[in-house]
Design a protein around this ligand. Structure first.
Ligand code: PMV
Length: 333
């Protein structure tokens, strides 16, 4: 069966031609998944095999502006990118989905407030911020569900970057994906801390899209993943309701390592870890063995994200002085 294209989904949702304004600006936070999205049931629309749950990083994210220009231009952190660069092509083809033949070139400027030293991918916040500016610039008046579903077509995890705090991305069942969007949870958790531990600067050779595809096609272990992810999601939601940090940390760490187990069991094997990653995991486990409640999570890269509580910040920072601790803003204040 032929899959519906992104263009068809947008055409159906937005039958009227876009009405460009003068300019627009928006911000979206980066996010870290506690229950990971790993595997697409539809690669064109970025529809996930499993639902996922994340926490947003407050004021660490992407700020994007758009305005009319003489020709299409994509700027990143103050530098104009070559039109054939992969970032530039992704941004322009996403804009084309909404511009739909309208002959109006634009200049898009994105500033990432995530320090490059943090080792975080910026595609989630980047596509979420781009979706928000396009909504304003073309006066699309989209609902938050539509904004999240459309941001998802740019990058799956971008669906979660429209919101602050804890966010759940529903996997949905429809072929057009319009029920696959994210929503914030109502619960807050003052004192919940995330630390970013950047260990390696080497560019990864296999991006998450290719990594997911390889895992799905070649890892027998992947069969167990959808059931585990569904259970982990429920456990995490319960732990958030009860503010049970032990349960949350154990579940998030096991979820991340299970995702990596499916990658390692792919063929050819896919291992994002570097020796520094393993050494840092062992430091986390040693600190935990001494009684500090600290847990780790990792995405498709060698860096670690640490989960701990405000009361343990001093103990954590003494073992990881290089850690960048994130201040989670609303609704955690
Ligand atoms: O949204 P993508 O295509 O960059 O995929 C993100 C995949 C993970 O970061 C590994 C997990 C997640 O849920 O964010």
């Amino acid at each position: 069966m032929l899959s519906i294209t992104k263009g068809q989904v947008i055409q159906t949702a937005l039958p009227q031609p876009p009405k460009p304004g003068l300019s627009a600006e928006a911000f979206a936070p980066s996010n870290i998944a506690l229950c990971k999205y790993w595997g697409k049931r539809n690669a064109e629309l970025n529809l996930p095999v499993n639902a996922s749950l994340s926490i947003s990083l407050g004021d660490l994210g992407s700020r994007t502006q758009i305005q009319p220009a003489d020709e299409d231009q994509v700027w990143l952190n103050g530098e104009r990118l070559a039109p054939e660069s992969s970032f530039s092509r992704k941004v322009i083809s996403f804009i084309d989905l909404f511009r739909r033949g309208l002959q109006q070139p634009v200049r898009v400027d994105t500033q990432n407030t995530i320090p490059t030293s943090a080792g975080l991918a910026s595609s989630a916040s980047g596509f979420a911020a781009l979706m928000l500016v396009l909504n304003n610039f073309y006066q699309l008046n989209l609902s938050t569900q539509q904004l999240s579903a459309f941001a998802r077509m740019g990058s799956g995890s971008a669906s979660r970057s429209l919101f602050n705090g804890f966010v759940e991305w529903h996997k949905g069942h429809r072929d057009d994906g319009m029920d696959s969007f994210a929503e914030p949870l109502s619960q807050t958790w003052p004192g919940f801390c995330i630390g970013l531990l950047k260990l390696c600067t080497t560019e990864k050779k296999v991006d998450s899209r290719a990594g997911m595809q390889r895992t799905l096609e070649s890892a027998p272990l992947y069969q167990a993943w959808p059931t585990q992810a569904a259970q982990d999601l429920q456990t995490l939601k319960q732990a958030i309701c009860r503010r049970d940090f032990t349960r949350l940390g154990e579940t998030a760490e096991q979820n991340a390592l299970s995702m990596h187990a499916t990658m390692i069991a792919s063929w050819p094997p896919l291992l994002y870890w570097q020796p520094e990653s393993v050494a840092a995991m062992q430091r986390v486990w040693a600190l935990r063995a001494q009684g500090t409640e600290i847990y780790l999570t990792m995405d498709a890269g060698p860096n670690l994200k640490l989960l701990f509580q405000e009361a343990d910040r001093g103990a954590v920072m003494s073992v990881f002085p290089e850690l960048q601790a994130v201040d989670i803003v609303a609704p955690f204040d």
